[in-house]
Design a binder for this molecule. Structure first.
Ligand SMILES: Nc1ncnc2c1ncn2[C@@H]1O[C@H](COP(=O)(O)OP(=O)(O)OP(=O)(O)O)[C@@H](O)[C@H]1O
Ligand SMILES: [Mg+2]
Length: 336
């Protein structure tokens, strides 16, 4: 995470600050991650920010469709296949001012995912893009590739739909981020071992929740346990509740925030909700972002409100800036 007094995205003379990397995930498929990534990208670009939208869902790419952009001739698939090493060249201009797209079309079905090294290199390239915000649309699930993009970003947005399946997968996603992040950022070997053991839900130490892990870490090594607790702030998620249909659905965002604190020991921010709206499907069918096709619809207005909150800056603690100990994936990755 970048720190310092300079506002992210602000330019000083010829020098330009690195863009804010915002990853948008949520565990479950079909809950509106791509719809939100596309429309938030457009809304942010209309606020005057230079935005690069990145489709990191190499096995189910459709960010270009939600943005109403023809599949660009070059995409992340060319980076994965080593045909193009300069990620900047993959950022194609769109018809929307201030918005460029790194698409993920034309994947090599034999080997669609980048290697660990390519993932690290890709994030490094994204940080150098001349933009204010790089918004990364993640695929569903808790695959190591998905989690690594999420953990490498400056800010993580987790999308929930008000259904038990989505809530369950959303918590799995945050748990996976918690253990994987702690293992990646913690440098003390005994604590790394403890975290690796805790990743097995049936571990013999009886560690069942992230808070159990923090307690066990403190008991094993009080100073290391305190360091681990500080690292947890790095994970501070920002929650969006999509497809809300009732006041109860809307309140679910606050309930998720409370659960984050109770079970993960993490403060979360509720960015807001977007209501279920039939015009969303119409906009997808028309291949036009909702905020452009139906700007006066409630859903577009709520997306705009969330975009303004995102533009206002990061809520994540700037006091903690852990260094990645290793970019290699954790040894055991399970669905937690
Ligand atoms: N707020 C909403 N109101 C109505 N329909 C919605 C809303 N958000 C999303 N949808 C519908 O849900 C569909 C799936 O959304 P989307 O493709 O963005 O999900 P996803 O989470 O990215 O899925 P995947 O994990 O498969 O990539 C959209 O095509 C749209 O029709
Ligand atoms: Mg998607």
């Amino acid at each position: 995470m970048k720190t310092g007094s300079k506002k992210k995205g602000a330019r000083t003379g010829t020098e330009r600050a690195a863009p804010r990397l915002i990853a948008l995930g949520g565990g479950k498929g079909g809950i509106g991650k791509t719809f939100l990534a596309a429309n938030l990208s457009v809304a942010l670009s209309r606020l005057g920010l230079e935005v690069v939208a990145v489709d990191a869902d190499l096995e189910g790419s459709n960010l270009h469709t939600c943005l109403g952009v023809e599949p660009p001739p070059m995409s992340l698939a060319d980076f994965v296949a080593d045909r193009e090493v300069d990620v900047g060249k993959l950022a194609a201009a769109t018809s929307i001012p201030n918005l460029r797209l790194i698409a993920a079309t034309h994947a090599n079905l034999w080997s669609p995912q980048p290697s660990d090294e390519q993932r690290v290199a890709l994030v490094g390239h994204l940080r150098k893009l001349p933009a204010d915000i790089v918004l990364i649309d993640l695929g569903a699930g808790t695959h190591p590739a998905v989690m690594d993009y999420y953990l490498s970003a400056d800010e993580g947005v987790v999308v929930f739909a008000p259904e038990p399946t989505s809530v369950e997968n959303g918590y799995s996603f945050m748990r996976a981020a918690f253990y994987r992040g702690m293992h990646r950022w913690m440098s003390d070997e005994p604590l790394r071992d403890l975290i690796a053991q805790a990743m097995d839900q049936h571990n013999e130490r009886g560690i069942r929740t992230p808070l159990d892990l923090l307690r066990a870490a403190r008991a094993l090594d009080p100073a290391g346990g305190r360091r681990l607790e500080k690292l947890v702030h790095r994970l501070r998620p920002r929650i969006i509740l999509n497809e809300a249909r009732s006041a109860t659905d809307i309140k679910m965002g606050f309930a998720i925030k409370s659960v984050c604190l109770k079970y993960f020991g993490i403060e979360a921010d509720y960015l807001g909700y977007v209501n279920h709206d039939d015009v969303v499907r119409k906009s997808v069918l028309a291949r036009k972002p909702l905020v452009l096709s139906h700007p006066k619809s409630d859903a577009a207005i709520y997306v705009g409100r969330i975009a303004r909150k995102l533009a206002a800056g990061s809520f994540r603690s700037k006091a903690v800036r852990p260094k990645a100990r290793s970019n290699a994936p954790a040894p055991t990755h399970r669905k937690l």
